[in-house]
Ligand binder design. Structure first.
Ligand SMILES: [Zn+2]
Length: 257
């Protein structure tokens, strides 16, 4: 299983980094995870939006969803090959939010482009040898964490969350924990770097990749802070990183704390 980091920024994209976006691939299966602003452009460095099997959205905040709008334009009106509706798994109100922005007449066209499915209504998705399941996590809107498995390899992505026993259990034993660290200090809706380290330790994760860092938080400092709670390898996620997920011997670039 391969993870490609498309974007890591919090709140708004910068010239260096799009907002949250990740590409998960295994064999011919490809799932785009979170569509933060700027991530559609990054996605196209690796794969055409017409060549995805599904799109998985952790929650409805704009820094995880805004590129659904240009994706809709690309698939509905762009020069891409025609394709069946793209399965779009996310919060139940995602379709309504898009109609609210695009206008009341957009519903039928949206349904031609996307096959909407609510994360609250189903628990898993299997595409070839890639298995996805998800768990609700505490955030200030309905939000989910994602677990992806392919053979013996497993990855857990926190989405945006606070630390909870449920999240620790959900992440248990994963090879790679992709954790947000969007809070410099506890803010009641995001993980701090210390929380991410504690989550990785308590879940016995094989390695930790930090993403969605709080504004102004230096990546090396975030790694140092997480390392206070976790002894395993830690690195900051950077756009363009391609990480092979599996046994610990499969190298991920690591920044020494
Ligand atoms: Zn959020």
């Amino acid at each position: 299983m391969r993870l490609t980091v498309l974007g890591t920024a919090s709140h708004y994209p910068t010239p260096e980094a799009a907002c949250s976006g990740y590409l998960l691939e295994h064999g011919r299966a490809a799932v785009w995870v979170d569509a933060g602003p700027g991530s559609l452009a990054e996605l196209q460095r690796h794969r055409s939006p017409a060549d995805l099997d599904a799109l998985w959205i952790s929650h409805a905040h704009a820094d995880h969803t805004a590129d659904l709008l240009p994706l809709y334009y690309a698939l509905a009106f762009g020069d891409l090959p025609p394709r069946p509706p793209l399965p779009l798994l996310g919060p139940a109100d995602l379709r309504g939010r898009l109609v609210g922005f695009l206008g009341p007449g957009a519903g039928p066209e949206l349904d031609r482009v996307f096959a909407f499915a609510s994360l609250a209504d189903r628990r898993s998705l299997r595409i070839g040898g890639l298995e996805l399941d998800w768990e609700a996590v505490p955030h200030d809107v309905p939000a989910w964490a994602l677990r992806a498995r392919a053979g013996d390899a497993s990855l857990v992505y926190t989405g945006d969350a606070t630390l909870s026993p449920g999240l620790v259990a959900f992440a248990g034993g994963c090879d790679l924990l992709l954790s947000e660290a969007g809070a410099d200090r506890p803010d009641g809706s995001h993980l701090t770097p210390e929380d991410a380290g504690a989550l990785a330790a308590d879940a016995r994760a094989g390695r930790l990749l930090l993403t969605h860092l709080a504004l102004g938080l230096d990546p090396a400092e975030a790694v140092r802070r997480a390392a206070g709670n976790y002894d395993g390898p830690i690195a900051p996620a950077r756009p363009g990183d391609v990480v092979s997920v599996g046994p610990v011997s499969e190298a991920v670039p690591t920044v020494e704390a």
